[in-house]
Design a protein around this ligand. Structure first.
Ligand SMILES: O[C@H]1[C@H](O)[C@@H](O)[C@H](O)[C@@H](O)[C@@H]1O
Ligand SMILES: [Fe+2]
Ligand SMILES: [Fe+2]
Length: 299
């Protein structure tokens, strides 16, 4: 290689690495910035499962009994083989509106309001459009309820790992006692069916709205990996909040954990925000939807 062209390559490389640095700095800022919720004091009022109502307790009792390896394999087979519906994202948001989430101690608002509140809180904090859109759609997987789920227990609620010992970091962990997998010779062991630090991509999370929606969007959206991770793991509180399952995760998971953690306050604490006017906000969000999704999606 001639001296001048190698010089050229070197300076190009330097430029590229400057550009990468810049992106990383921006990325860092994206996660580290103080969000509007950091200033609030009474976060403890959220997710107070000790004093949650009977509806919430009954929900988790049922879910923890019924989320087994056998059920989860079947749910994934059904997902791949059944046809459900074909429609656009805004239509899906409106359709979801009829649902009341039995697992949620913190909101009795409709789902469309929860989605808009989450997206609006992200927008107010000046976060990028892809994160706003992640906020807008993150709970659309609850559509499973009208696509023939068994109940609410296989749609909503926190998620956890199936196929190994149920973590004691899961809320109401004692209710796994009635889950047959907790007595299984393999599934009840620390690693169960997994290898140490195999990574979350190779781990089966309990089936519900996160896992379903991730599978719908991974091939039918232009969302970046961080947005897909926010969708897939937003209910995985035992991992992203309690630090469980570190014996199964790998380095790649540590990176996406930052994204999932950055998303969480908007999902959780926006539940007490002012109510949103869907019709007023619709044009703005329709324009974002058009950037990140095809006009029609197979749900
Ligand atoms: O009750 C909530 C549910 O409404 C959310 O959509 C889910 O993401 C949470 O993890 C769960 O605990
Ligand atoms: Fe959710
Ligand atoms: Fe949510």
């Amino acid at each position: 290689m001639q001296a001048s062209s190698s010089h050229h390559v070197a300076s190009q490389l330097e430029e590229t690495s400057d550009a990468i640095d810049e992106v990383n700095i921006l990325r860092g800022r994206l996660w580290d910035d103080e969000s509007e919720f950091d200033k609030e004091k009474d976060k403890a009022a959220f997710r107070d499962y000790d004093s949650a109502c009977e509806r919430v307790k009954a929900f988790y009792k049922e879910q923890h009994e019924k989320q087994t390896v056998a059920f989860n394999i079947q749910a994934r087979v059904d997902f791949k083989t059944r046809k459900r519906a074909r429609m656009g994202v805004w239509e899906a948001i409106e359709l979801l509106n009829t649902l009341v989430d039995e697992s949620d101690p913190d909101t009795s608002l409709t789902q469309i309001e929860h989605l808009l509140q989450t997206a609006e809180a992200i927008r107010r904090d000046g976060k990028p459009e892809w994160m706003q859109i992640a906020g807008l759609v993150h709970d659309l997987g609850k559509l499973l309820l009208i696509f023939g789920s068994e109940g609410q227990w296989d749609v909503v609620g926190d998620t956890f790992v199936i196929g190994c010992q149920f973590s004691d970091k899961i809320i109401y962990a004692e209710t796994f006692e009635n889950n047959p997998d907790s007595k299984d010779a393999l599934y009840s062991t620390k690693y169960g069916i997994y290898k140490p630090n195999c990574g979350l991509d190779d781990v089966m999370l309990s089936w519900g709205h996160d896992e379903y929606l991730y599978n719908v969007f991974k091939d039918q959206s232009y969302l970046p990996a961080e947005a897909l991770a926010m969708i897939r793991y937003h209910s995985f509180y035992p991992w992203h909040r309690e630090g469980a399952y570190r014996h199964l995760t790998n380095e790649k998971d540590e990176e996406i954990l930052n994204a999932v953690k950055a998303f969480n306050p908007y999902d959780l604490y926006s539940k007490s925000d002012e109510r949103c006017d869907a019709e007023e906000l619709r044009p703005y969000y329709e324009s974002l939807i058009a950037k990140f999704f095809p006009p029609l999606i197979d749900w």
